[in-house]
Design a protein. Structure first.
Length: 328
């Protein structure tokens, strides 16, 4: 169990470094989006449109990411709805059809029943209606309020002319025109997502660390993107918590690339390895990893080997003070 927990924590740390997750957590916290709820779409079933806008992602990729984040403990999922899909083509564009129980036609209509209290005449509302008035088809009296009552409904089939109390219920796929019963329907779970308490604390720490650092760099004359992206020699864009540069330094690759990692425990070496994989492609002269509270010795050793500056800080003030010494 301990090994499994360690594996999940490493996965979580990996996703904390993902710029998409950083953007999502920033929005969740800064705009108080407490719950990510899906909306129905006849093509995709349920989709998370709010999250798609934040991440600029496709519906399938967004849903897959949310599910993954729930597996590693960043998000918590809750059953929100059930998705009904066609057993033939798996389309969610499914409608309910009411059928005549005698001939299975869907060409049925619903009729309201009226009773004339004085003569006891009962018929459908359309047979009581004549020139905008209610006329009893049995005794031909014009009915006024209080002289009749609505006693229910029945259904009538336009094809076989049968009348019945309740229709048969079936499902109909608008995509492949397949008609199927409840027993054949494919049922799936649909979830809403919220931040776990632990992830909320960790994300707030990272966001509260990044904001003051960003402001410090702006005041120091840097052009700052947070989060930022740098295109590497391979043509791949690499994402960082902060990318800062001065106009005179860009040509010489004098770009400051900063990632922030926060944790309730000691941070392992994984963020250092992840940062090295990015910086080796972009060739930045100042890769900096801000860690709160501290990082393992193995991580420090790798950082020296990879020429990545490590800043261990319990808060943003300490991080800025150490950052000031590095960039000056």
């Amino acid at each position: 169990m301990q090994g499994m927990s360690s594996m999940i924590n490493k996965e979580k740390e990996k996703y904390y470094q993902d710029h998409r997750v950083q953007k999502l957590l920033d929005k969740l916290i800064s705009e108080n989006l407490f719950e990510l709820k899906p909306t129905f779409d006849p093509t995709y079933g349920f989709r998370y449109t709010e999250v798609e806008k934040i991440l600029d992602g496709s519906p399938p990729d967004t849903a897959k990411l949310l599910e993954t984040l729930s597996q590693v403990g960043i998000l918590k999922k809750k059953l929100y709805d059930k998705l009904i899909q066609c057993p033939s083509c798996k389309s969610p564009n499914v409608a309910i059809r009411y059928l005549c129980p005698h001939c299975n036609s869907f060409n049925i209509s619903k009729k309201a029943l009226i009773e004339h209290l004085q003569c006891g005449g009962i018929d459908t509302e359309e047979h009581f209606t004549a020139e905008g008035r209610l006329i009893c088809p049995l005794c031909h009296m014009e009915l006024r309020e209080g002289e009749y009552r609505r006693i229910g409904t029945w259904f009538e089939c336009a094809d076989c002319k049968c009348r019945f109390d309740e229709p048969s219920v079936t499902q109909f796929c608008r995509n492949c025109l397949n008609q199927f019963t409840v027993k054949d329907a494919v049922l799936g779970n649909v979830y809403s997502y919220t931040l776990t308490e632990e992830a909320g604390r960790e994300a707030k720490r990272a966001i509260f660390m990044l904001a003051p650092v960003r402001n410090f760099l702006v005041e120091a004359g840097y052009t700052v993107e947070a989060p930022g992206s740098v295109i590497g020699r391979s043509g791949t864009p690499h994402q960082f918590g902060i990318v800062a540069s001065k106009p005179q330094d860009v040509a010489s690759k004098g770009v400051v690339a900063i990632d922030v990692v926060t944790s309730d425990t000691i941070v392992d070496e994984q963020p250092v390895i992840a940062m090295f994989a990015k910086t080796i492609d972009i060739g930045t002269s100042q890769p900096i990893l801000i860690v709160s509270p501290v990082i393992k010795d193995r991580g420090k050793q790798l950082a020296i080997t990879y020429k990545i500056a490590i800043i261990e800080a319990k808060d943003s003030a300490e991080a800025i003070e150490k950052l000031r010494k590095i960039i000056t």
